[in-house]
Design a protein around this ligand. Structure first.
Ligand code: ADP
Length: 889
């Protein structure tokens, strides 16, 4: 029926069209019957959402009448909590025209209990596409829902994140643990909201992985960091999801879990780091590092290993014993043995072996160590090993061994007691000499036992000093007495010790020696005493003492300095030279004395004159001895001789004066006596003349004495003159012998041999010489009957020996008899007169002739005086010619 409108809009007429719907009605009735037979609730709705039909099953369940359910009436059957949600869903569906599918609880009309139903509705459209009706069904899903609920409870109880995704990959559900962790509400996480919980850096990767899993319909597995909603921190999770398919194989859902793997991750990270550190370490350490499996194959060798041997890991991995080619043949056996022993026992091993440098071919000593690594079950999974280069250490050890050996040999060889002590003072070693000396056993002496051998008076001091020195580390030196085990006596020792330091400067031990200084101590004492004596001597006020090195005076006492006028300063400055200080005329004698000193180590005292600092002369008596050889030094004693010299001078002056004074009256006496005798004889007073002539003998004797006195004083003054003339020596000697024979009838003078020589000399003085010798020979051989004069000659010399068989002269006085006024005064010749001038003059005359006189004598047997004269002499002053003397007035 369609209304037709006029121009004003009013209905003008109705067009009615009728159609036969019998068939349709019948079909509807059949449909309703069919619908009622379906074991589901079936209903239809108008496009506005009002219910217009529900099947009997629907009415039976809800308990509503057809009318009650019409329109919006059906809403009241929904659980109050579901009503709004369903309304909203319907509104959307109606607007969009999309099919609707909802789950909701419907009240049972009779019991009032709610049961879960799945409502589905599809729109039906007319030809123009307009929705004319909605056809819907409600399927009882209560059991399924209950099972789901149970599952949910279960799922919430699981200590993992459990989540459900829809077939399109959008999120549907997250369990309580998920919600608690992320603090996300279902609204926040549903669809794609869950991505916000994932770490920004992981998000893209996770999304892509998930999408590709969804597309491929294959299980998903991925690791990602999830944000802890409470703390804001991220933790690592392992997400796994499996698709759930329907009977047709269509994916209907994804079930997923996320497991917290933060600790595992961290452990993994730590493991990774520690592996990396291990690797870095293995490459950094100065050792060759290797990892070997129990089957013997190498799993790893560090770069250093490769560099040293020149062998790569690949080589090593192809052969269980590849490394053996770098081990010294002599060490192969030990290497194998250690490895097998380690495998058998499973304990760490360590041994030394020589490894060859692949480049140079040289072997160096290494310390190889292997440590097993076990799994949780305690099985050894691999061996970690290092080879440490100990070549230098070995060498050092060897050197130490050698040096220790050398030390021991040395310690046993040296003539000292040798010991070592630890820094705490305990003794570790004594050489055999120590044990021999102390008589102690090692047990008695080692440690602290040694102190019992110290002298009780030294013990305290030694121990205190030792403690101090050990503490300070200063080298120490100390003297003490140590008991001789054999005698029980103590001897002085000098102990010296030096510390030995390690590289860090720490004292490792002390090396010490004890040297027996007992003798040295004694010598020191003697030296000290002798030094004291020398000092006392040097302080002598009477004797000047000098120490000379060659010509140089290196030391002198105050007395000498005072005598010579020099100062200590002169001495120190080396201004005191012996020769410079010697009077020129004494230089020869001084040199001679020094030669004697050098040869005989001492010199005969002699007289000389020093030239003092102010140029004055000082007569001295000097003698010296060598007292040190290197450098050669002599000690000289100098006696001021000036007083004696002065006295002598006065004596000489007196003798000179007396002899002159005596000579004149004596000459007068002699002349007068001769005159008186001649007169008496003229007047024939023979008896008186004879008496007077007796005076002539003593007068002659007196004259000879005065003459000798004069000679002596002339010799002293250097004024004795000689007359040069030609002398027939044999004639002269026979003349002297004849004269003496006449004067001395008691002895027979035998002249043997001849000189057959004429020499130049002073005839009177030579006569004086032999007269004197013969008269002495007679005088000192009172009991003898003969004396001999032996004459002999060589081309250069003549020799005259005067031999008697008289008293003889003691050996020690043989030299002295030629000295002025020297007489041998023993009992045997006490009665023999004399003044000790004869031989003095004789020696002087012989000397003036360039000759020598010596005596050879045996006491009680007799003496032989030997005069040797040169045949050719060049006689200088004090010689004067005979002619010249004659021409003189
Ligand atoms: P004197 O006037 O004492 O004889 P001399 O100078 O001639 O002095 O002699 C010195 C000393 O030598 C004498 O005192 C004497 O004891 C000793 N003498 C000299 N000639 C002989 C000799 N032929 N036999 C023993 N003694 C002698």
């Amino acid at each position: 029926m369609t209304p037709h409108l006029d121009a004003d809009g009013h209905v003008e007429y109705l067009i009615y069209a009728g159609r036969d719907i019998t068939a349709r009605k019948r079909a509807e009735a059949e449909l309703h019957a069919l619908v009622d037979a379906i074991p589901q609730q079936v209903w239809t709705m108008r496009p506005d959402g009002s219910l217009d039909y529900s099947n009997q099953r629907c009415l039976n369940y809800t308990g509503l009448s057809v009318e009650q359910g019409q329109g919006d009436g059906w809403i009241q059957c929904l659980h109050p909590d579901d009503q709004q949600r369903i309304r909203d869903a319907w509104q959307i569906s109606r607007k969009t025209g999309t099919p609707i599918e909802t789950e909701q609880r419907l009240r049972h009309g009779t019991t009032g209990a709610y049961q879960w139903f799945l409502a589905r509705a599809m729109p039906m459209r007319d030809e123009a596409g307009q929705i004319v009706k909605w056809f819907g069904t409600c399927t009882d899903i209560h059991e399924k829902k209950q099972a789901e609920e149970e599952l949910r409870v279960l799922v919430d109880a699981i200590p993992q994140h459990v989540w459900i995704m829809r077939s399109d990959g959008s999120a549907e559900y997250g369990n309580k643990r998920w919600a608690d962790y992320t603090t996300m509400t279902p609204q926040q996480y549903q669809v794609c909201g869950w991505l916000q919980a994932i770490h920004p850096d992981d998000r893209q990767r996770v999304l892509e992985g998930w999408q590709s899993a969804v597309q491929a319909g294959k299980p998903y597995e991925g690791e990602q960091r999830l944000r802890d909603g409470t703390t804001g921190e991220y933790r690592w999770f392992l997400a796994r999801a499996m698709p759930v398919r329907d009977e047709t194989g269509q994916i209907i859902k994804w079930f997923g879990t996320s497991t917290d793997i933060e600790e595992k991750k961290q452990a993994e990270q730590q493991l990774k780091e520690s592996r990396e550190s291990l690797h870095v370490l293995a490459e950094t350490v100065p050792q060759l590092v290797w990892v070997r499996r129990p089957d013997g194959l190498h799993e790893y060798v560090n770069q250093r290993w490769g560099d040293y041997t020149g062998l790569t890991l690949e080589h090593m991995q192809s052969d269980h014993w590849a490394h053996l080619q770098f081990i010294h043949p002599d060490d192969h056996e030990s290497n194998r043995a250690h490895w097998h022993h380690a495998l058998d026992t499973g304990i760490m091993y360590e041994h030394e072996e020589r490894l060859r440098n692949g480049q140079t071919g040289e072997y160096r000593w290494f310390l190889t160590r292997g440590v097993p690594m076990r799994d949780e079950a305690g099985q050894i999974v691999k061996w970690f090993g290092t080879c440490t280069d100990i070549e230098d250490q070995k060498r050092i050890e060897e050197r130490i061994k050698e040096s220790e050996e050398r030390f021991r040999v040395l310690a046993e060889t040296v003539p000292q007691l040798v010991w070592t002590i630890q820094p705490d003072g305990t003794a570790m070693y004594f050489n055999q000499r120590y044990y021999n000396y102390t008589g102690a056993s090692p047990e008695q002496a080692l440690g602290h036992g040694w102190s019992q051998f110290l002298h009780p008076d030294d013990s305290e001091q030694v121990l205190a000093l030792r403690r101090h020195l050990l503490a300070t580390g200063e080298p120490y030196e100390i003297e003490y007495r140590l008991r001789d085990g054999k005698t029980g006596n103590y001897r002085w020792f000098l102990a010296r010790a030096m510390p030995m330091h390690d590289e860090a400067g720490q004292i490792v031990k002390w090396f010490g020696t004890s040297t027996d200084i007992e003798d040295q101590k004694r010598i020191e004492e003697i030296l000290r005493q002798s030094q004291e004596r020398v000092n006392a001597l040097m302080k002598s006020k009477l004797i000047g003492i000098t120490i000379t090195e060659g010509e140089q005076i290196v030391d002198a006492n105050d007395t000498f300095l005072r005598m010579t006028g020099y100062t200590c300063e002169d001495l120190r400055a080396g201004r005191m030279n012996l020769m410079h200080m010697t009077a020129p005329e004494d230089l020869a004698r001084t040199r001679q004395a020094h030669q004697e000193l050098a040869v005989q180590q001492s010199m005969t005292p002699y007289e000389k004159e020093y030239v003092c600092q102010d140029g004055s002369r000082l007569p001295v008596l000097v003698c010296g001895v060598i007292f040190q050889h290197s450098p050669l030094q002599a000690i000289n004693f100098v006696l001021d001789n000036s007083a004696r010299k002065e006295l002598e001078q006065r004596k000489d002056d007196f003798i000179n004066m007396a002899s002159h004074e005596l000579k004149t009256p004596l000459t007068t006496l002699k002349m007068q006596t001769q005159l008186v005798r001649k007169r008496l004889e003229k007047q024939t007073h023979h008896e008186a003349a004879a008496l007077l002539s007796r005076v002539e003998g003593p007068v002659k004797q007196l004259e000879r004495l005065v003459g000798e006195l004069l000679d002596v004083s002339k010799i002293q003054a250097g004024r004795l003159e000689y007359i040069r003339e030609t002398v027939d020596l044999d004639a002269l000697l026979h003349e002297v012998a004849d004269t003496m024979q006449q004067l001395s009838p008691t002895h027979t003078i035998v002249v043997r041999g001849a000189t057959s020589c004429t020499l130049v000399g002073d005839k009177d003085r030579l006569r004086q010489v032999f007269t004197n010798l013969l008269s002495n020979a007679i005088k000192y051989s009172p009991g003898a009957e003969t004396l001999e004069m032996d004459l002999s000659a060589s081309p250069e010399t003549v020799t005259i020996r005067v031999r008697d068989h008289g008293l003889g002269i003691p050996r020690e006085q043989c030299d002295k008899i030629f000295d002025r006024f020297y007489r041998v005064t023993d009992l045997s010749r006490r009665a023999i007169p004399g003044l000790g001038m004869g031989l003095y003059i004789v020696a002087e005359i012989v000397k003036a002739h360039g000759g020598t006189i010596t005596v050879d004598s045996v006491v009680g047997k007799g003496s032989t005086f030997t005069v040797t004269l040169p045949t050719r002499t060049s006689l200088s002053s004090p010689w004067i010619d005979r002619e010249k003397q004659r021409s003189e007035p």
